[in-house]
Design a protein. Structure first.
Length: 475
């Protein structure tokens, strides 16, 4: 194997050493030498909390019956922990319900300042988010060319507020802007595989190639072929799998070019912003929160394309840390087929949550929760069915926290509906309903998750906003 390692280094030097190709070659060599699959984390947010009446399971511990919404995750019950009694660390901070909740959700630090304007409730983050701290502190999450990836499916929120649009922060007052357009996320991830890296010229050439129906791998195919000549015969199948994963993604992105939400062929603003309107006075939706436009079909398309990019990036070890936001908490996403009195009515999610608790309103909000749960369950199924370079299931080595910025439609920060999914190699003790009483901080959950990434002494947030890592979650 040593001769292969020397040849590989010469090979990289000869081809210019594109950052992504170096990272992939390193990962490939590690897998060839029998190194275990890398650990990964994908944090997924859905907006507006839940409907408690249809969320909490019955029973306790490992003997519980999933609720109506949680039954959507029956495929992964043994890989899932349901949490009840967790509070977001918002005490003493500033900002509105969704706004403060979104910032506190991953930073764990109380907010102290507001952005000027923006409705007067838009707080700044006072520290980095947990995903970025892990990116710096956890060696097992380090290595890929792309340290982390941030994606979102919709940018619309009340006012020009910053807080609800960002999950990840690199530091104090430093939001990391997510990719809204799946094609841009795709080019960011796979552009690193091109010789010379993701330079403006290379990205422009990539765009031209896509218009000519050429594959992105054409930029690196010759290098991959040379790597095949140097690699041991036993590992050629893994190189084929690497190439097939990206080609399959390319095909999926190019599917149905007539769909404005296909996110890869045409890139008008509508493929990202389903609508540019967020004000009822603009005439797109009225005071009853009924829109003239249906967002959910394109919202779904964008989500599926993002998930395809994320899945392929994880499979090829091009990143190990992802934050995925369906939409801001103060979203303006309209859903069809979900309003009980009339399925043809397109109701706005967030604004409808402010309505009185009528049976129709609660049923609509429950159906939206089920809509998001179905997409996440499908993503988990895809991870479980996809092998990485070492031949392991992606889900076996990935933690997937499923979170929200508020508890429910009341805009509360207590009793937030968090789930945690994880495969066998993460050490997660799934199949349990954690209900240890009220008042435990979500920071304590993140501190427990850090154990899975080799950080047993990790702490998060202000000293009075955490206690200890929650025990019993990991082996």
């Amino acid at each position: 194997m040593s001769s292969y390692k020397i040849s590989r280094r010469r090979f990289i030097e000869a081809t210019g050493g594109a950052l992504g190709m170096v990272a992939f070659a390193n990962a490939f060599e590690a897998m060839a030498q029998g190194v275990d699959s890398p650990r990964r984390v994908v944090i997924i947010q859905r907006p507006v909390g839940t409907v408690y009446e249809n969320w909490w399971p019955t029973g306790e511990g490992t003997s519980f019956t999933p609720s109506r919404i949680l039954s959507r995750f029956d495929d992964h019950r043994d890989r899932m922990i349901v949490f009840r009694g967790l509070d977001l660390p918002t005490s003493g901070g500033v900002g509105g319900g969704h706004e403060r909740g979104t910032v506190a959700m991953l930073t764990g630090v109380r907010t102290a300042e507001l952005y000027p304007g923006n409705g007067g409730d838009d707080p700044k983050a006072e520290g980095p988010s947990v995903d970025q701290i892990w990116a710096e502190q956890a060696p097992m999450l380090q290595g890929p060319a792309l340290a982390s990836l941030q994606v979102s499916c919709d940018s619309r929120a009340d006012t020009p507020e910053v807080s609800t649009r960002h999950m990840s922060y690199s530091g104090r007052h430093a939001p990391m802007v997510p990719y809204y357009q799946p094609l841009e996320a795709y080019e960011r991830v796979f552009g690193n595989l091109m010789p010379g890296g993701a330079t403006p010229d290379n990205l422009a050439a990539l765009a031209t190639a896509r218009m000519q129906k050429r594959s992105v791998l054409d930029f690196a195919l010759r290098d991959l072929e040379r790597l095949r000549q140097l690699a041991p015969a036993s590992q050629l199948e893994q190189l084929d799998a690497h190439e097939a994963a990206i080609r399959a993604l390319e095909t999926e992105l190019d599917a149905d070019a007539s769909d404005p939400a296909a996110c890869g062929v045409a890139t008008p603003p509508e493929t990202v912003n389903v609508s540019s309107y967020t004000d009822p006075g603009a005439g797109v939706y009225n005071s009853d929160h009924v829109s003239s436009e249906r967002d959910d079909e394109r919202h779904d398309r964008i989500a599926q394309l993002h998930m395809s990019v994320v899945r392929a990036a994880l499979r090829c070890d091009l990143t190990r840390i992802v934050t995925f936001q369906f939409s801001p908490g103060t979203n303006h996403v309209s859903f069809g087929d979900l309003w009980p009195p009339d399925p043809s009515v397109f109701k706005i999610h967030h604004t409808t949550s402010h309505d009185p608790d009528t049976p129709d309103t609660l049923e609509f909000l429950t159906r939206v929760e089920e809509w998001y749960a179905d997409r996440v369950n499908g993503f988990l199924n895809d991870l479980a069915a996809t092998q990485d370079l070492a031949g392991d299931s992606l889900l076996d080595n990935t933690l997937v926290p499923y979170v929200s910025e508020v508890g429910a439609r009341y805009h509360n920060w207590d009793n937030v509906p968090f789930l945690l999914f994880g495969g066998a190699n993460t050490g997660l003790q799934g199949g349990q309903y954690w209900n240890e009483g009220r008042g435990r901080s979500t920071n304590d959950l993140w501190m427990a998750c850090a154990q899975s990434f080799g950080l047993p002494d990790f702490t998060l947030g202000d000293s009075d906003l955490h206690t200890t890592a929650i025990p019993g979650l990991f082996a």
